[in-house]
Design a protein around this ligand. Structure first.
Ligand code: SF4
Ligand code: SF4
Length: 268
């Protein structure tokens, strides 16, 4: 049934692009927009786009634990503070190239428990690049970047998505730190490509390396190459590495318990 709301702003595909606010225009799903081909109201012909309506919806599948679960994951703790100003979305690096990437909206869906709606965007929530522009723009210290990470993690733990490329990268990074106490960028990129089934010789990477060779000092390039071969380790790193790995294991167990995935996981 069409709602009684007469939406004059939705006059045409072209006008939708220019009239609706940039961070909101993707929120009305095309399948929920209907127009009467023949309609007359009080003797006035409002056929076609002049009679555009938004379908009303009845939502019955609220997930009442969703906000609490996301808030229990690292980064999601302050999600309750959001007042929906939209500053995060307006400042977002990814939103600038994909208007459907909308942190404000996803925070709203999470707080409302609208899980099925959130799942429609599940394949690209992980694409947050952690630039933290949203974090600096947020007037309520919500830490939207952290919420995006928590949401991405929540989707994976709940089995809604495969392990994301972002998570593969984090794991490769962490394993290198555990092993050596250092980061070697070339090794991380190789490991990340291997985990995600990508070819090493990609055009953009070849170009990137060429530019590095052209612009970095020879001594620095030599040191980077050497580190890649010898894989240096931080002296006395074993104890610190074990402590960090213990913490990570405890954190993972706590995350699973918070999502009621593994009640038998050891307590923190
Ligand atoms: S940290 Fe993520 S959500 Fe925030 S502005 Fe950057 S890309 Fe967007
Ligand atoms: S900027 Fe902060 S308060 Fe505003 S919508 Fe984003 S998370 Fe919510």
């Amino acid at each position: 049934m069409a709602s009684g709301m007469f939406c004059k702003t939705l006059v045409s595909e072209a006008n939708r692009d220019t009239i609706m606010p940039i961070h909101e225009k993707s929120l009305i799903r095309p399948e929920n927009i209907v127009a009467h081909e023949q309609l007359e109201i009080d003797g006035i012909d409002v056929s076609g786009h002049w009679s555009t309506f938004i379908e009303s919806r009845v939502i019955t599948d609220y997930n009442e634990e969703m906000e609490e679960e996301v808030a229990a994951l690292p980064g999601g703790e302050a999600i309750h503070r959001c007042w929906q100003c939209g500053s995060c979305t307006n400042s977002c690096t990814i939103n600038a190239i994909n208007p459907e990437f909308n942190p404000r909206y996803w925070i709203y869906l999470t707080r409302m428990g609208l899980e099925s709606e959130l799942l429609r965007d599940k394949e690209f929530i992980w694409q947050c690049v952690s630039c933290n522009k949203c974090t600096y723009a947020c007037p309520r210290d919500v830490n939207p970047e952290g919420v995006m990470k928590a949401l991405s993690h929540w989707l994976e733990l709940k089995g809604h998505t495969e392990k994301s490329p972002s998570m593969h990268f984090d794991e490769e990074f962490a394993e290198q730190v555990f092993a050596t106490g250092r980061i070697e960028e070339g090794r991380i990129i190789r490991g990340f490509f291997k985990r995600t089934g990508q070819a090493l010789m990609q055009d953009w990477l070849v170009e990137f390396v060429k530019r590095l060779l052209r612009h970095l000092p020879v001594k620095l390039l030599f040191m980077m190459g050497l580190a890649n071969i010898l894989r240096p380790r931080t002296r006395g790193w074993g104890g610190a590495s074990a402590a960090i790995q213990d913490y990570v294991a405890e954190r993972k167990a706590a995350d699973r318990r918070a999502l009621h995935l593994d009640e038998s996981a050891p307590a923190e």
